[in-house]
Unconditional design. Structure first.
Length: 312
DNA sequence: TAGGCGTGGAC
DNA sequence: TGTCCAAGCCT
């Protein structure tokens, strides 16, 4: 039997929607693969609830699953409901965040818990627009929580799904640097009609990108839609266009901020300036990094040249 | 909209 | 070793 293939979309902005039968083939095969290969992750279990899903989504932003797992377990154990976290000082959230990286996420998650407690009676809202209004929740996370926690029908367009669609449908190795309107349109076009299948498709296509259709060393031999993949059928052409933006780190303010915050996380009493000065030799950059942390609300300055994680 | 924002594992 | 990468958000 010959499986249908997806023609490359030379211009996804103007091409017609993908045909229904083909989309159904993709859904069936990717969801079938997911049924056999999905990882058993704690936030996918029913007992995780919407709060567990939401916490996991914050932690997983730009952060690998393996590093999230232990922090997630401790977090949910300590703060099983949004109101539990809302009662804490924001600095405690930053401390519990540990070395997950991007600690502003901890501050925003705390802020979201406060907003949920004040505006939504302590329950994670189910409406996409209400989720989007919470701090730290953007287009992706709102769709993910609504889909994974509440079974709704949303295009869940993360980096994994974008890569899967770029390859399988558009026929290129990598998606654009920033999410485009064409990608959103394509994702909506491919969304299954009914809520339950759409939610399943969202989780399954993400998992395929995370485990098989990876950025490097993709494993087409294990891919359930390899027979339809436009990129593979085109001979897996190399990436064209502007180089993908790399992240520099060594010597940046980010590195200095990380070192400063590490000292404050480990301290349970206010820290004198002199102790912070030891993390970085260059005084101008050091001061700029500390000022930035204060401006972001990650560090609270006290009289007498003392600093601590924020109490309010 | 391009760039800032942490951290550590893989190759 | 250095480079790339990991379920983004915000300004």
């Amino acid at each position: 039997m010959t499986a249908p293939t997806l023609p490359p979309h030379s211009d996804p902005t103007t091409t017609a929607p993908a045909p229904g039968p083909l989309g159904e083939t993709l859904h069936t095969q990717v969801i079938g693969w997911f049924d056999d290969n999905a990882r058993d992750l704690p936030w996918r279990r029913p007992e995780a609830g919407a709060w567990g899903v939401m916490v996991s989504e914050f932690m997983l932003q730009q952060t690998p699953v393996s590093r999230v797992l232990p922090v997630y377990e401790q977090w949910l154990s300590r703060w099983p409901r949004p109101a539990d976290l809302a009662k804490e000082a924001p600095g405690e959230a930053v401390r519990a965040w540990g070395r997950l990286g991007y600690p502003r996420r901890a501050l925003r998650l705390h802020g979201a818990a406060v907003a949920i407690t004040e505006r939504h009676g302590g329950d994670v809202p189910a409406e996409h627009a209400q989720l989007l209004a919470l701090p730290g929740i953007g287009e992706y996370t709102a769709a993910a929580v609504a889909s994974f926690a509440y079974g709704q029908r949303h295009a869940v367009l993360d980096t994994n799904v974008r890569r899967v669609l770029a390859r399988a449908v558009t026929g290129v190795r990598y998606p654009p640097n920033a999410t485009t309107a064409a990608e959103r349109r394509l994702a909506r076009t491919l969304l299954p009609e009914d809520d339950r299948t759409a939610a399943r498709w969202a989780a399954a296509s993400m998992e395929l990108g995370a485990l098989v259709c990876t950025a490097k060393n993709e494993s087409c031999a294990r891919c359930p839609i390899a027979a339809h993949c436009a990129w593979r059928l085109a001979g897996k052409p190399e990436h064209e266009g502007p180089p993908r933006r790399g992240q520099t780190y060594a010597g940046t303010d980010r590195q200095v901020r990380g070192k400063l915050l590490a000292v404050l996380r480990d301290a349970h009493t206010p820290v004198p300036q002199a102790l912070l000065d030891r993390v970085w030799h260059e005084p101008v950059q050091r001061a700029r990094a500390l000022d930035g942390l204060v401006a972001d609300g990650l560090v609270e300055p006290l009289p007498g040249g003392l600093y601590r994680l924020p109490l309010t």
